[in-house]
Design a protein around this ligand. Sequence first.
Ligand SMILES: *Cc1c(COP(=O)(O)O)cnc(C)c1O
Length: 473
Amino acid sequence: MSSDEFRKQGKLMIDWIAYYYDDIAKHPVLSQVSPGEIKNQLPEAAPTDGESMAQIMSDVNSIIMPGITHWQSPNFFAYFPANTSGPSILGDLLSSGLGVQGMLWATSPACTELETRVLDWLANMLQLPEKFKSNTDGGGVIQDTASSAALSAVLAARERKTNYQTNESGSLGNLVAYVSSQTHSSVEKAVKIAGIGKNNLRLIGVDENLAMRADILETAIQKDLQDGLVPFFVCSTVGTTSTNAMDPLPEIGKICEKYDLWMHIDAAMSGTAAICPEYRYILDGVEFADSFSFNPHKWMFTNFDCNCFFVADRSSLIKTLSILPEYLKNQATESGAVFDYRDWHIQLGRRFRSLKLWFVIRHYGINGLRYHIQEHIRLARLFAGWIRSSADFELVAPAPLNLICFAHKNGNDFNRKLLETINRRGKMYFTHTLINGQFVLRMSIAQTNTQIGHVSQAWKTIQETASELSEKE
Ligand SMILES: *Cc1c(COP(=O)(O)O)cnc(C)c1O
């Protein structure tokens, strides 16, 4: 593609995206296609000769778009957010344009040094303890997802506990990891991948708010020690995926300290709220943690993928994951004066992801970010208030931040039907969870452009559809 053609098509593409956002609320939020419908419209073989961008974009409009679920719609209230923003999209575009592979400091110094700086900014914004900053023994790194961050944490914890011998001998001791019954499935996956084995993963019970019970955790650790096993890792969650439950970090932290376990904190979505002083309390106890991770790609207006993973002792991570084949040797690495982030995560190659994060933080400023987070939480509280004062619906879990778990009083089948009917009609999209056998509706309010009108319209839609279905019964 010539430079002139690229310039022309690039401008068209930016226009296309801008128009998409202007009109996004006109699409049904949940894609309405059936399985195979998109694939069947695509040729079985790749084109022999090149095609024009006009042809390609025409297929985007007619074939691809009907198969899109509109995560960036202000009426998207499903799962968790994956919100984005203009500055993030532009930063990501610039990263694609530069096409940098930042595996080593030497392969693009700015890619490493901007990342270090931006993660230190974030550590300050979240008021993380000094130990997580790069001028101490710790530091932060951008990972693709919270899942990869959890896996890195489990691996470093495993190596620390076995004196960095498991990597050498490949044989595991009787290591045991602890999570709650509400912990994200990615941690179970990490424990499996790390060779710990599912049988050595304890699912600790939760209290009435679905937060991990520290007393049960301690009892489990004591029992495992008595049985000759080796407790090594706890994952505590700030804002569980299902209901936004908050594990008691200080209590868990003290237990980890007492029994020498690696404490990882998964704050994938909710961590962002801690940049607001009034919500910083959710991280009280983070001073006990060995590692902490949150996803700007969920609630901080930054395109997927972007997870920020902080460790208190980077040497444990680097000793676990460092590999130095001859062809990667270079003076900067040997001098020890630089970070080579390939040693901080699973994969070797890495994109220049800090650019989009830097764009976002500079565009909004800390105050702008706080404003949007506070606004989402304000809307969530309004919505929770409407549920509380409704005769037909009830709140099913505490709603500390931006996620509301609620249910119609007519029971599971009714709630399921309500959810399916609303999502099929496409005006809004929300999803469910199961709490102690109860089918619960979830409203996750965190899309960048969601405003009061969208939330009140959603509530109206929910109420009207519920009345309609009640009448039919
Ligand atoms: C979403 C979520 C994850 C998984 O995030 P990925 O970045 O997709 O791996 C993990 N933990 C919690 C609490 C989450 O909400």
